[in-house]
Design a protein around this ligand. Structure first.
Ligand SMILES: NC(=O)c1ccc[n+]([C@@H]2O[C@H](COP(=O)([O-])OP(=O)(O)OC[C@H]3O[C@@H](n4cnc5c(N)ncnc54)[C@H](OP(=O)(O)O)[C@@H]3O)[C@@H](O)[C@H]2O)c1
Length: 210
């Protein structure tokens, strides 16, 4: 199965590596085809690069790994993403990273669903630091939690399978509206990592009795 990741930055590279290790073929999509191909070459044989539109056409699952502010232009350049499972990993951060620009009555995920109205948007991976991906999705030996939230059960299950095969601990968290809670969790992660000096080899999880 192919997974397309739009973007060539820290999260795109980290997710490409863990997905490839999980047995997936990955296509990085970039505004700059040469950058996509060059970046892919550094990530091993299962990762290829292409333009945004061509990359999007190669997979049914698309991970949007661009700044929230770039979501609209990226979705448009990728052709709208109708029918795709669209994984939103974004955190809509203020310039100082210490606040969110949307929340309470909406979320980045819900805004992205409006932009890609015919895609099945699933919130996931937004609470995972890129440096944790460099460590294979683990803190120490413990797989980090990926919270999954979306309105399409089959799409949620697809993302759960990808996360589990790639070595994460996956927690189904509800409908897309739950992104209103998941984005602040990432905000707390950033405050603890940068503001309180714990660094970025940390990850939030949930203790479950069963
Ligand atoms: N870094 C983290 O630890 C972390 C953790 C959880 C979630 N996230 C979220 O993951 C997403 C990607 O974060 P990142 O850290 O990977 O960012 P990054 O390293 O800055 O990479 C972002 C990528 O987005 C693409 N892009 C497209 N339009 C852009 C624009 N107008 N301005 C800048 N970049 C643009 C660029 O790829 P091309 O130039 O090749 O098109 C760029 O490489 C963000 O939404 C962020 O909130 C990040």
């Amino acid at each position: 199965m192919n997974i397309t990741i739009l973007g060539t930055g820290n999260m795109a590279k980290g997710l490409a590596s863990v997905f490839a290790a999980g047995g997936y073929d990955v296509i990085l999509g970039s505004r700059d085809v040469a950058r996509a191909k060059d970046t892919a070459k550094t990530l091993g044989g299962r990762v290829k690069g292409d333009g945004l539109m061509a990359a999007a056409q190669k997979s049914e699952v698309i991970v949007l790994a661009v700044p929230f502010e770039a979501a609209a232009e990226t979705i448009a350049a990728a052709g709208g993403l109708a029918g795709k499972v669209l994984v939103d990993i974004s955190n809509p951060l203020t310039p100082d990273y210490m606040g969110l620009t949307v929340g309470h009555s909406t979320s980045a995920a819900e805004e992205i669903q409006k932009l890609a109205s015919e895609a099945k948007v699933v919130k996931a991976f937004n609470t995972v630091f890129a440096s944790v991906l460099k460590g294979g999705g683990k803190v120490g030996k413990t797989p980090v939690t990926v919270f999954v939230a979306g309105d399409d059960e089959a799409a949620n299950k697809t993302v759960e399978t990808i996360g589990a095969k790639s070595g994460f601990s996956v927690l189904q968290s509800g409908g897309l509206k739950v992104a209103r809670y998941l984005e602040p969790v990432a905000g707390l992660n950033i405050v603890l990592g940068y503001g309180k000096g714990h660094g970025t080899d940390i990850a939030p999880t949930w203790l479950l009795a069963a």
